[in-house]
Design a protein around this ligand. Structure first.
Ligand SMILES: Cc1cc2nc3c(=O)[nH]c(=O)nc-3n(C[C@H](O)[C@H](O)[C@H](O)COP(=O)(O)OP(=O)(O)OC[C@H]3O[C@@H](n4cnc5c(N)ncnc54)[C@H](O)[C@@H]3O)c2cc1C
Length: 418
């Protein structure tokens, strides 16, 4: 795995290592989500001379987009096979946990051995900051995570949430939302709306209590009032002061509540490895921002130019709008941009400048169906600042656009080359 040992072995055997062809330069990608897969697939197409290794802990890809519809039986689970994608595009997929990055040695330590890199792409996604609620009480954090999963990342948590819904007989289902920024901001509102419709259809006498530290985006207050007023008790700008998952009580600045079951979403941050590798940015007060800091156009880490960062893990990129949308489409586009940049760097060329885009399809009701489409694009202003243009369209007659979008995106990441 270490290319230097290949040359040294040659020297030890008395061979002439300089006569041997140099091993290909290597790009290691950690994270096989939307961002990492975009980088892997495009790197192989753009720079076949590079050795591309994708390190991902999971055995199979499972899409979070459309997972809310899957939870309430309105869509199939969108899963894909890493091995066949790697075979089709010609990169190496290693199922392993990356445990540390040695930036001085340009090496990633994983449960399947060490991998040296010439360039490293990190697309780690998010981690959930239970310490914000429970401090260093790991036992309570683990209890909350396993009993009341957010189902906002790991596939097995999605299964657990679906089982939970199937067993729901009534009472109060608490949903806490994380403070912004977090992954796919409209998705928790979609989830509340779809669960409300699902409870209606089954006449289950349960209420959904939504505690949201933010103000509702995209007209969701109106959508809840119009369609789900009897089911959803929605409280905006309501921060959690304390939560006791064993007693099933929650305290906010204004009220105390008890609950029967819950979907608990703590604050989110960049994935663990970004912290270990010292890639997390600082806020205006010099405290860790929680997210991995990169140049907004080159995606090179502010701390290490050999490391490219893509997807939900990224820190704010603009004083005008803050973070890039934490969406699958944005992550995948960023993976492609980074692939083009690395391919150009490998050839000694000037990398092209490109900006990502984002589309989110959000179901607000399934009977009769209704949806939102949220589109964002970006522009670089003359003064060097990025601006964002966003448009939200309410669609009273969706005709499967969400599935068509997801199949198209996943087709790009997983389909064999033509
Ligand atoms: C309910 C829901 C609905 C959504 N709907 C939409 C939508 O309609 N449209 C849209 O564009 N986006 C949507 N999103 C958002 C989208 O899922 C995320 O923005 C996207 O997954 C981000 O991609 P990523 O590559 O940054 O992270 P991820 O997709 O989370 O990928 C990170 C990967 O890294 C792996 N990993 C992390 N650390 C390690 C390690 N140390 N070792 C090995 N592997 C590691 C993880 O296993 C994971 O596979 C939705 C999200 C949710 C939760």
């Amino acid at each position: 795995m270490k290319r230097r040992s290949f040359l040294l072995a040659g020297a030890a055997l008395g061979a002439a290592p300089l006569l041997r062809a140099a091993p290909p330069r290597r790009v290691v990608i950690v994270g096989g989500g939307w961002g990492g897969l975009g980088a892997a697939r495009h790197l192989r197409a753009l720079a076949p001379e590079l050795d591309v290794v994708l390190i991902e802990r999971g055995a199979r890809f499972r899409s979070l987009p459309l997972s809310n519809k899957w939870l309430v039986g309105q869509a199939d689970a969108l899963t894909r096979d890493y091995r066949s994608a790697a075979r089709a595009w010609g990169y190496r997929y290693v199922q392993a946990e990356a445990s540390a990055i040695d930036r001085d040695r340009h090496r990633v330590h994983t449960s399947a051995g060490d991998f040296d890199y010439d360039w490293l792409v990190l697309a780690l996604g998010i981690r959930e900051d239970y310490a914000a609620w429970f401090g260093d009480d790991r036992e309570t954090a683990d209890f909350a995570r396993s009993r009341y999963p957010s189902a906002y990342g790991a596939a097995d948590a999605l299964d657990a949430l679906r089982d939970k819904l199937a067993g729901l007989k009534g009472g109060t289902l608490l949903m806490t939302l994380p403070p912004l920024p977090y992954r796919c901001p409209p998705a928790p509102y979609e989830r509340a709306a779809l669960i409300a419709g699902w409870l209606d259809a089954r006449r289950i006498p349960a209420k959904i209590l939504v505690l949201d530290p933010n103000t509702p985006p995209h007209g969701f207050q109106q959508i809840f009032d119009e369609h789900h007023g009897d089911r959803i008790d929605y409280r905006s700008q309501t921060r959690i002061a304390a939560i006791d998952p064993r007693r099933r009580t929650v305290r906010t600045e204004f009220d105390d509540f008890s609950f029967d079951d819950a979907i608990l979403m703590p604050p989110q941050q960049a994935g663990d490895l970004a912290w270990q590798a010292g890639l997390v940015g600082r806020d205006a007060h010099g405290r860790p921002s929680g997210w991995a800091a990169a140049d907004p156009l080159s995606y090179q880490s502010r701390a290490d130019e050999r490391i490219f960062l893509v997807g939900d893990m990224l820190d704010r990129v603009s004083p005008l709008f803050g973070h890039y949308p934490k969406s699958g489409q944005t992550a995948s586009r960023q993976g492609r941009i980074v692939a083009r940049r690395i391919a150009a760097l490998a050839r000694g060329e000037t990398p092209p400048r490109e900006l990502p885009d984002s589309v989110c399809h959000i179901a607000t009701r399934f009977d009769p169906p209704e949806a939102l489409r949220i589109e964002s694009s970006f522009r670089l202003r003359g003064d060097g600042e990025l601006t964002q243009q966003s448009r939200t369209t309410r669609d009273a007659q969706p005709r499967g656009e969400d599935l068509a979008w997801a199949e198209g995106m996943l087709g790009e990441l997983f389909a064999p080359p033509p």
